[in-house]
Design a binder for this molecule. Sequence first.
Ligand code: COA
Length: 386
Amino acid sequence: MQYIPGLAGVPATESQISFIDGQNGVLTYRGYDIQELAENSSFEETTLLLLFGELPTVDELQRFDQRLRDNRKVKFNIREIMRNLPSSTHPMHMLQVVVASLASFYPSTEYMKGATENQEYINDVTVKIIAHMGTLVAMWEHMRNGYDPIEPRKDLTYAENFLYMVNGEEPDPDWARLLDACLVLHAEHTINASTFTTMVTGSTLANPCSVISSAIASLSGPLHGGANQKVIEMLDEIGSPENARAYIEARLAKKKVIWGMGHREYKTKDPRATILQKMSAEVLKKKSDAGRLSKSFEVAMEVERVCEELLGHKGVYPNVDFYSGILYKEMGFDAGLFTPIFAVARSAGWMAHWREQLQNNRIFRPTQIYTGQGKACYLPLDQRSR
Ligand code: COA
């Protein structure tokens, strides 16, 4: 037996949902190139594609979209759970707690009897979780600042409603389009840590709310979804493009990572980073009076240049998180919202993998190579000295 740290390159499942070619910077969802989807699709349509494997017809999309809109509202008691959390609770921790609590509000004994028997429950809970994710994150943004949350609206798209609920004003069409593209870009990414968590928890036939709660916990770490918040903190610390080289050299000398750089699967620039960089640059220039990019964006481009020089030989290039935080900051979002927005988007991919896991389920139970001591004899407490 050979132990591979981090299971790098070890296939842990067969999946039809998405595909990465890390050498050539390719990502497809159900065979469709990510660039085509980011430019032409919507989060609602991409979610259906991930869940069911095909692009929907007009009717199918309209029905699914309506169900998402109808399920945005959260129950009064869920709001009470949120109200009882300390206001210092990070939005990812709130999300983890509250999504887990949904199991109490939407239980299903039928589901527990058999993995795929109750398709209606599986479809209902899929919609409920994806629809609630955006609402919960937007609600908490107000509640943690001491205000009442804003009610969701049914007349808006998923991205528009999220912007509306966070900012409390009519969503700007450019930001809504860009946020929608971000949700598409973050919706799925083969079996990364949080998706693998989804599969492992799902394989025990745990309630789907617990499954997604465990995935949220996994995404919250800075080596995974938490990186986008770290990126913006890093760019703010650097301050201006002239400081980038010295800052990066100092971090590398201390063996510290550069946030938003590197990826287990990609040995070239993450295609999502390339798409996001281009789309964001267009909107930022349009929105600035002088047709200029933002300060953070200029710092980021210099960081990317320096990192290419210093880390390119290791196959370390920008990942999707490198540019998403900059964009969210420009949209007016607090840094604490960056990773939760990632979670909102990724709930689509998690649900798709949970459903795929159930179709051919076997509980995950890998083995280990024991490296501890040999047989030991128990000594009574009063005979031990150290
Ligand atoms: N900054 C500096 N060096 C990095 C780096 C980064 N962000 N990412 C990888 N490297 C270096 C490693 O130090 C290692 O160098 P070495 O061979 O001299 O020891 C080499 O590149 C290989 O990296 P490794 O740690 O084996 O990659 P991994 O596949 O285990 O880890 C990540 C992947 C994503 C966890 C890692 O790249 C990272 O920590 N990135 C920053 C966090 C981040 O942005 N996460 C979001 C991912 S979408």
